[in-house]
Design a protein around this ligand. Sequence first.
Ligand code: MCN
Length: 782
Amino acid sequence: MGGGVPRKEDPALVTGRGSYTDNMKLPGMLHIALLRSPFAHAKITHIDVSAAREQPGVVAAFTGEDLANEWAGPIPCAWAVSEDLKTPDHWPIAKDEVHYAGDAVAVVVASDRYTAQDALEYIDVDYEPLDVVTDMEAALKEDSPLVHEDLGTNTAFTWPLAVGDVDDAFSNADVTVKQRLIQQRLIPTAIEPRAVVAQPDPVNDGVVVYSSTQIPHLVKAVLSGIIGVPEHKVRIVAPDVGGGFGSKLNVYAEEALAAALARKLSVPIKFVEDRSENYQATIHGRDQIQDIELAATSDGKILGMKVDIKADMGGYLQLGTTIVPLLGAFMFPGVYTFGAYSFKCTGVFTNKTPTDAYRGAGRPEAAFAIERMMDLLALEVGISPVEVRRKNFYEPFDEPTATPAGIQYDSMNIQPTLDKAMELAGYEDLLAEQKRRRENNDLVQLGIGFSTYTEICGLAPSQVIAALGGGGAGWEAATVRFTSSSKVEVVTGTSPHGQGHETSWSQIAADALGVTPDDVEVLHGDTDSAPFGRDTYGSRSVAVGGVAVHVAAEKVIDKAKKIAAHMLEAAEDDIEFEGGRFSVVGSPDQNVTIQKVAGAAYLAADLPEGMEPGLSSDHFFHPQNFTFPFGTHICVVEVDMETGKVTVPKYVAVDDCGPVINPVIVDGQVHGGIAQGLAQALYEEAIYDEDGMLATASMVDYMIPGAPELPNFTLDRTVTPSPSNPLGVKGVGEAGTIGAPQAAINAVVDALSHLGIKNIDMPASPMRVWETIQAAQNRGDA
Ligand code: MCN
């Protein structure tokens, strides 16, 4: 552990030998395509699929009504976050009303994808358009059109939290700062869109579903409830998965359709979404209006914080739609300690694609808010962004410590990350260069933005999940076993979709067992070979799943030690284990390798009395707290004052995710994360028109940054172990995305601050920056 072992999975993936769901070709397989509503809100007054059924190559076509009896239950939301939660009916195909543009109204089954897609043209649908609401604040007004008439309201839920005396903090404050911040809607864009192949299993009266999913185990349980097939007759396989970023942490209509139709028609069924469908009908992320207030002393010490957010649910609730904004509820105070905090979230239905987890899921929103507010507070009290942060940081701690939001951070030492980042960025030189450009009134101004962040990951203690209304648990399972030929198999309940678990888990097992990572095979992503798991999201895999592997390996060693003692004819207490070898304390020549012990365990000819053969252990690791990685990101931007174009010449990130299993993987995770954070800050935004049409429904309209837009990232780390698990590890898969957006926006605002500009919404596109500069100049601030 700690070594930069090259990723085992890469040779196959980068030479076209990966095995993705869409690569699957099964005998007799048919393909489905879905007709999607062109209206954001409408009644289906008439629908006729008979002409589509007549097309050559078409095998069947169904409406929502035709399939109504196939479902044992609706597509569920797993988080009943409040008693007042309103849950709209959500079926795989809409029956009489559509609630967002992209809602499916019919499905065609045909010999190939193109035939199925073409036949959609022959479906006759009459819609009666209904009033549409896309804006959250409009949706909350008394006279707003209702997204779901039967719910009688567009408020999905309200969720308050209050710790300490917030009113007192605000009445005793020397200064208060208040700002509305907008978290624009984002569209997760995994390289591989969603794909599913369902194969009927007539022998067991079940179904095998191959899906490009992050969560095979959750899909198994949830799908069983939708299609009415007992869980033990449902097998889910996640083959290689080309990215997910949270968007594949869901159970989708298309998975249910493929499974139900495969059973109904007794043939394998494949669905692969195209990119436009991906943009319209896979979940979206973020979309919050945040009203934030800080109360502080005149020298910049925070006394209290008020957070009031509105979170857009879209037209339905998906698996985790309701919990995403609440994952942020506990994180708005960030790396600062103060006395009073209040939070309120209102979940709002609108006629848009449902939202759900997108890399960071609730925590980028929180980190952005507090870090923007810290810069505004610095401005208000006339101190530097660095000083205001230092003033409010926690002292270092390595035991759970209470936070303003009433939870316990596991361990933190934030100051050194800031010091290191400032040194790497060359802060003093940057300040001098900024001054020079301002004095010269340069065309290109320089901005320096800070983000000192923490986040909550390693989901999750099951008690917390239950308290938040979650329908699951937060353990993770692993099996570690020697084979009879003394190689090692690790079975894990997490399934990677780009995070390199095969490599990291091999390192964890190899380290514990004293073998090499090449001796270890990691089995994952198939509910038959890995029956227990809670899957991959919330940067939980290493801190829960990796730890499960470690503990299972320790159990293997415990058993092997007994056998070794027997083989070496010594007392178990006199045996020590190091580097894959058991030896007698004080007589190092009396030793035996763990491989030899494994051989003896399976040969079973001479085992200690009463011991069962074999060398294999299971472990369910059940964390008692989350892990809280933290760090400092510094973003340097150049802003062209004539065009508003922002470029990022330098980006420094010093993250702390505890001891690192694989530094190459961690760097890769941070790189990808920062890229997505900068994408939110500067480029990406899902835009709907007032009729609820997604105007950014293709990659032509939705700006995803690539290598030309991104700088080389300068990365470093500090190491503060977590007391939440025996490896001390904290997650890192979302850290970059959580740390980055506010560093970039703080930098853009800093570059323009001499014009009196205090805030700019994301994305800071050239147009938005240019307009902001123009407005400031017209106001005469400049
Ligand atoms: N790691 C490590 N040492 C640490 C922490 C992590 O070596 N102290 C390694 C782990 O061993 C693992 C990787 O870093 O190989 C990520 O671990 P972890 O932080 O536990 O995150 P998860 O594996 O649970 O991944 C989930 C996280 C999330 S929530 C999203 S969204 C995300 C992400 O990871 N989506 C990704 N990273 C992604 N990377 C790719 N390529 N594609 C996605 O869709």
